[in-house]
Design a protein around this ligand. Sequence first.
Ligand SMILES: Nc1nc2c(c(=O)[nH]1)N[C@@H](CN(C=O)c1ccc(C(=O)N[C@@H](CCC(=O)O)C(=O)O)cc1)CN2
Length: 286
Amino acid sequence: MPDQARIIDGKAAAAALRAEIGREVAAIKAERGLVPGLHVVLVGEDPASRVYVASKEKLAAEIGMNSVAHRLPAETSEAELLAKIASLNADDTVDGILVQLPLPRHIDTGTIIDAIDPAKDVDGLHPINAGKLAGGKNGLVPCTPLGCMLLLRQALPALSGLEAVVIGRSELVGRPVAQLLLQADCTVTIAHSRTRDLAAVVRRADIVVAAVGRPHFVRGDWIKPGAAVIDVGINRTPDGKLVGDVDFAEAIHVAGAITPVPGGVGPMTIACLLRNTLTAFRARRG
Ligand SMILES: Nc1nc2c(c(=O)[nH]1)N[C@@H](CN(C=O)c1ccc(C(=O)N[C@@H](CCC(=O)O)C(=O)O)cc1)CN2
């Protein structure tokens, strides 16, 4: 076995995916004169969210989509945000709607997600889409989990029968990625803060997806030699560095393949949002 894991390059994979979607968008425009429309709604001034929304707006425009960001003040009421969503739901030129999370505390996230037309829910978070995913039916799938699977398939083309451990049970990542692994015929364990002897659970896994939001939480000696490690964490250390949930310096000597942070799953999140927008356009407008 090589003494270093293969590093899965999410930046390159995301660039290739965006280029592919861009070609499809250009073909649709040439053949039908139509342009898929992505609308991202940001409420408030959260600095990280501002960066992510600007990036979504720019990358969608770059591949020829009609890209619109709606930046609303932090004081926006839940009723005002619901009215904005209702107007986007009613607009036929809008194919994808994404409300950037987290929302300010006075707004209930579930109420907002529930209000998005499931056919335009390019975040894949609406209960209809979550239900379809749980039932193994076609629907819109959350972007980060989709990105995890695309990267994982680069490292391991055959997933069937493998043991996968997902650390974290969030609706945005942990639960949906576990469903996608199950669809790929993996044997899936969802571990979380109450899991007993987490290190022993992780040591069984051929595939580890870490989505806990705690810097360097997963240690190198938790990893089964040769395992594929997908690190979803994006944590900023006190000295301003971005690090994942996995101790990369330790895990790289044990894993077979590993995603870095930055440059792993993060860039795939936005590329998969663009893919979902194209999927939603096709499902709605043929
Ligand atoms: N409605 C949603 N809100 C949020 C989601 C989401 O999928 N839907 N995910 C995250 C934030 N996010 C996109 O919204 C996102 C996070 C990270 C990256 C990324 O490319 N990260 C880079 C590093 C960027 C940096 O320097 O800070 C990387 O990992 O290489 C893109 C998108 C929460 N909210």
